[in-house]
Design a protein around this ligand. Structure first.
Ligand code: NAI
Length: 345
């Protein structure tokens, strides 16, 4: 009896293993020639789940592709110039978008809206047409508006699956982990802060009280820590003095989130990370996109489902409730701005 059930378990395990081992994942990077796009492409070339890397930009993608393609990992790399977007998107499973202009000192992410909204809208329209089942990972700012833009474009095209569109907020998590480790003298690898809300200033809400390391952080130290997590991007913008915003830490964060999604697509269970998605959590207040912990998953191999489960926020401290109160109205405005832009396009 035992031998038969053990044999059955082994057989099912090996079937699972072979289906994930043989699964192909073509990943496209749109904006691959930029400050984020180049190191992101490099890091994705190192990911064993990526079998094909498709690099597109209106400037310089073939050069980046030629360079990255010499790295001795198994994936194939192809670069596409401005007029070859459709070819770049053909057969893609995951599309990562870091295309658009970055901030200069004194600018907010919302100041980028006028330029980046149309770039993201047009790229989304091409994805919806050529590769409508691809998972779309939006890095281009303002994320609070660009994710609703991509979603509205997919909806207009009649191919919208809310479980396939993600705003990449991982850099806020990376910063929260690093900065909390810094103030508590702990190792960042042991710190896991859940960051909820959106991805800009006051809409970034780190749930420090839910970590063992953060429990004793109070008063001025807490206030400064939260401010640094919310406005950490400004430190980089100022230090780069007009030459752009975070690129290397963002490439790391983007590659990490793409890697998390690919692990889930390849069958790993229990991959739970914060990401900005279509969400029911505050929909009754007219806020239908929100970042919280999301379980990434795959229901069947033929119909990959990026978002498996959206988790609630858990218990919040009094300070976190105040942060959330400040987040919601701003986030609502950002989301509405994105939706209105597509309606008027
Ligand atoms: P960058 O200017 O260095 O690179 C942007 C690239 O996009 C350029 O190579 C440009 O040619 C390309 N591009 C412009 N229009 C395009 C189009 N229609 N199709 C394809 N490519 C196009 O900027 P960087 O530093 O790489 O930042 C990119 C975006 O990422 C910005 O919007 C920035 O605000 C955002 N960002 C997001 C973060 C996040 O946490 N989600 C963090 C840091 C930056």
């Amino acid at each position: 009896m035992f031998a038969r059930s053990a044999a059955r378990a082994l057989k099912s395990q090996s079937r699972q293993f072979s289906s994930s081992a043989t699964r192909q994942s073509k990943v496209a990077v749109l904006g691959a020639g930029g400050g984020i796009g180049q190191p992101l492409s490099l890091l994705l070339k190192l990911n064993p789940h990526v079998t094909e890397l498709s690099l597109y930009d209106i400037r310089g993608a073939p050069g980046v592709a030629a360079d990255v393609s010499h790295i001795d990992t198994a994936s194939e790399v192809h670069g596409y110039p401005a007029d070859k977007l459709d070819q770049a998107l053909e057969g893609t499973d995951v599309v990562v978008i870091p295309a658009g202009v970055p901030r200069k000192p004194g600018m907010t992410r919302d100041d980028l809206f006028n330029t980046n909204a149309s770039i993201v809208r047009d790229l989304a329209a091409a994805i919806a047409r050529v590769s409508p089942k691809a998972k779309v990972l939006v890095i281009s700012n303002p994320v609070n508006s660009t994710v609703p833009i991509v979603s509205a474009v997919f909806e207009k095209a009649g191919v919208y699956d809310p479980a396939h569109i993600f705003g990449v907020t991982t850099l806020d998590v990376v910063r929260a982990n690093r900065f909390l480790a810094g103030v508590t003298g702990t190792n960042p690898k042991d710190v896991k802060v859940t960051v909820v809300g959106g991805h800009s200033g006051a809409t970034i809400v780190p749930l420090i009280s839910q970590t063992p390391q953060g429990k004793g952080v109070t008063g001025e130290v807490y206030d400064k820590l939260v401010h640094r997590i919310q406005f950490g991007g400004d430190e980089v913008v100022q230090a780069k003095d007009g030459a752009g915003s975070a690129t290397l830490s963002m490439a790391y964060a983007g590659a990490r989130f793409t890697g998390d999604l690919l692990r889930a697509i390849h069958g790993e269970k229990g991959v739970v990370v914060p990401t900005f998605v279509k969400s029911p959590l505050f929909a009754d207040q007219g806020i239908d996109f929100f970042s919280s912990n999301v379980e990434l998953g795959v229901r069947t191999v033929l119909s990959p489902n990026g978002v498996e489960k959206i988790h609630g926020l858990g218990e919040l401290s009094e300070s976190e409730k105040k942060l959330l109160d400040a987040c919601l109205p701003e986030l609502k405005k950002n989301i509405e701005k994105g939706k209105k832009f597509v309606q008027q396009s």
